[in-house]
Design a protein around this ligand. Sequence first.
Ligand code: COA
Ligand code: MG
Length: 325
Amino acid sequence: MSFSELKTVRTRLNRSELFVPGSKPELFEKAVSSNADVICIDLEDAVAPQDKDQAKKNIISALNDFDFGKKTISIRINGLDTTYCYRDVIDVMENSGERLDLIMIPKVGVPEDCYAIDMLVTQIENKIERNKKIGFELIVETSLGITNLDNIITGSKRIESLHLGDADYAASVRKRTTNIGGPNPDYVTLTDEIDGNREKHWNDLWHYPVSKMTTIGRAHGLRIIDGPFGDFSDPDGFIAHAKRTAILGCEGKWAIHPSQVDLANEVFTLPEAEVTKAREILKAMKSAQESGAGAVTLNGKLIDAASVRQAEQIITQTELIESQS
Ligand code: COA
Ligand code: MG
């Protein structure tokens, strides 16, 4: 291990993050009654310009009057390039007490984007003597954001998580997609002919940004959360996508419709078989250490100290889920 210690910035259950437009307060109740770990109320792209002010008022009154239970509550503010952003932060934070947990910053491109919002949030927290510190969720969704990711994360100590914004990312890099977060039938590998057959193998359009985010984000102790899957009538597509990003290191996914919440919770709750295996690995390694062995075999396979680190992560995440369900 490096001498530089790696710490998780903040542990939170974030298997599912349900989005609700701030302009639709009639959906807040439904969002709360869902099993979503996090609810993100949107002020950005799901809210039309003429509804932005009312959406903010809806959020403020919900944060004051509504019982969100134990759920983590986030708001997505408008981008730093708009005329709404600064007032989103000031109006909501100055008028909503302590209930808000997170602010999601869209389209981050440089560390100063995070620094600027941190400056505002810090001043307001100090002014109103807020006890609970706001955390930041960043949406990585532009070529600039992906390019500068390593630096962006140094922009604020409030950053807890990185989220892939599939649609804006596709627009930014001119990736051709047919559905938000989905595959493209033209993005295939045509195999050579084997026994007279050639096959089309669909490839994952999102592998690069997700892998970059998990690699860099984990180096800073952040949660990595997969973004939206637009076709909410396709649960199989959602599950397949979520399983891929879970394997790449994400620990949750957005839900843009309540029907996606339980799917995300299921995929991002580690399978019982993996948890059992992790426990077996820890047990086997403990006895190996007691007898002075380094690497050992379990069920005919090598396990070593790296297996222990993987197993410990599985157990830690499982205990977090169990503690909150
Ligand atoms: N949160 C809470 N409840 C929701 C919801 C959400 N995001 N989306 C839908 N519902 C409710 C509906 O009100 C409806 O409730 P009812 O059965 O009591 O009438 C039920 O779930 C079924 O909804 P459905 O009719 O299938 O969908 P819809 O046509 O009403 O809404 C969307 C579809 C996509 C417009 C809506 O889901 C939505 O606004 N999603 C969030 C979009 C968003 O925030 N995007 C930004 C991030 S990408
Ligand atoms: Mg976006």
